[in-house]
Design a binder for this molecule. Structure first.
Ligand code: PEP
Length: 249
């Protein structure tokens, strides 16, 4: 059965002291049993967060990793390193990585393979630019991103895959896809997974929506049939707004 998930992507925010303040506040909260809560702090805070959250029901995700297991890749982080500091999940294909760090589909497909080989869970992000939507090519684009980056994996791998649909025009802009637009795309994503794999796999995969989710719009978006939660950027940086979103189901 698919899970309800709210994951906070901190991006390049919060140093160690700020992480500690956030966690101290987070640990005072009551967590709903039916929702998987994840945070993705920067690499420098992962191990601290892991130790601090050991007895709490909050999972840790990394924001990126390299596709190679080791070697001469100055500045990069491997899957094994992430696991060694407590992160068993990794966000791959975020639009900022695609646009600002030239991560194309072949690189992302390789990262997906490496993460899965290392028994990690992948949050695979996809999303169209505003131009694609205006042209009406957004469904084709999403299909392409999925086919090129993800549809090479085995049936069994889907146990460890979460999709995040994040229209690029809605990320950090205050502009949110309407609940109907989110539902329409999530339904489409589930349909093409069913066509390429099976209905059972499509029905079981969690598909998160991301793009300016806030406490005042989360309930309506999460209320859609094919929306299983959210990947939250800005609103995940304060415990108060993050928890309001977590409690929106
Ligand atoms: C994100 O970075 O994945 C994101 C959805 O950001 P925001 O919520 O700030 O739009």
């Amino acid at each position: 059965m698919r899970k309800k998930i709210v994951a906070g992507n901190w991006k390049m925010n919060n140093d160690l002291d700020e992480t500690e303040l956030f966690l101290a506040e987070l640990k005072k909260q009551v967590f709903p049993e039916k929702v998987v809560i994840m945070i993705a702090p920067p690499f420098t805070s992962l191990n601290h967060a892991f130790k601090s959250l050991r007895d709490h029901n909050v999972e840790l995700a990394a924001q990126n990793m390299h596709q190679n297991n080791e070697g001469a890749f100055t500045g990069e982080i491997s899957a094994k390193m992430l696991k060694s500091v407590g992160a068993k999940t990794v966000i791959l294909g975020h639009s900022e990585r695609r646009a600002l760090f030239n991560e194309d589909s072949p690189i992302l497909a390789a990262k997906v393979n490496t993460a899965l080989e290392n028994e990690m869970t992948v949050i695979f992000c996809i999303g169209e630019e505003l131009e694609d939507r205006k042209k009406g090519s957004h469904f084709d684009l999403i299909k392409k991103q999925l086919s090129e980056g993800l549809f090479h994996v085995s049936d069994g791998a889907w146990e460890n895959i979460i999709i995040a649909y994040e229209p690029v025009w809605a990320i950090g802009t205050g502009e949110t896809a309407s609940p109907e637009q989110a539902q329409e795309m999530h339904k489409f994503i589930r349909k093409i997974i069913a066509e390429n794999y099976s209905k059972a796999i499509a029905d079981n995969v969690s598909i998160l929506y991301g793009g300016s989710v806030k406490p005042d719009n989360a309930a309506e978006i999460f209320g859609q049939n094919d929306v299983d939660g959210g990947l939250i950027g800005g609103a995940s940086l304060k415990v108060d707004s993050f928890m309001k979103i977590v409690n929106s189901f």
